[in-house]
Design a protein around this ligand. Structure first.
Ligand code: MN3
Length: 200
């Protein structure tokens, strides 16, 4: 099925001051739209336009880099919008996630530090991730449009560290953006939803 640009699940002003209307307008309306438009063209050329986004991402990895870049970024952004909400973040996690973060990652404070370090340490464009692999949570980072799906893991939370995601609001202060994302934006209910789906 053809890729489609999803609407943002909130108003363009909803995430301010942590992520501005201007950032969302450029990031969603222009960057994400370009991944959808280019992804559809390349998927059709590759004869893969009938497949789900997850299948296109996995099939194009290592075989069709232009398609993978766009399909990967489409997948990443579909979820990225939903991984944020107004009044998100903070330390009140759903019980099941809180317990898993304690047992697999050493607790919330260590998760926060390691997740921010992964995003800060990604050289150039990319993403930091919280994923489920072999039944356990893990933190990782990937370059460009890559994601944990192609490394045998199920992503349940990701943060975009391309400059287009933070340069308008934070300029070069990527760590400040990552702190604001964790402390004020994460939609833990959606993370839980993906965690439960990954555990099945
Ligand atoms: Mn982006």
């Amino acid at each position: 099925m053809a890729f489609e640009l999803p609407n943002l699940p909130y108003d363009y002003d909803a995430l301010a001051p942590y992520m501005s209307r201007e950032t969302l307008e450029y990031h969603h309306d222009k960057h994400h739209l370009a991944y959808v438009t280019n992804g559809n063209k390349l998927a059709e050329e590759a004869g893969l336009s009938g497949l789900s986004i997850e299948e296109v991402v996995k099939k194009s990895y290592g075989t069709n880099q232009p398609l993978f870049n766009n399909a990967g970024q489409h997948y990443n952004h579909i979820h990225f919008w939903k991984w944020m909400k107004k009044g998100g973040g903070g330390t009140s996690l759903p019980g099941k996630l809180d317990a898993a973060i304690k047992s697999d990652l050493g607790g919330y404070d260590k998760f926060r530090a390691d997740f921010i370090a992964a995003g800060t340490g990604q050289f150039g464009s990319g993403w930091a991730w919280l994923s489920v692999k072999n039944g356990k949570l893990e933190i990782s980072k990937t370059p460009n449009g890559e994601n944990p799906l192609v490394h045998g893991a199920s992503p349940i939370l990701g943060v975009d560290v391309w400059e287009h995601s933070y340069y308008i609001d934070y300029r070069n202060a990527r760590p400040k953006y990552l702190e604001a994302f964790v402390d004020n934006l994460i939609n833990w209910d959606y993370v839980l939803e993906m965690y439960e789906a990954a555990a099945k």
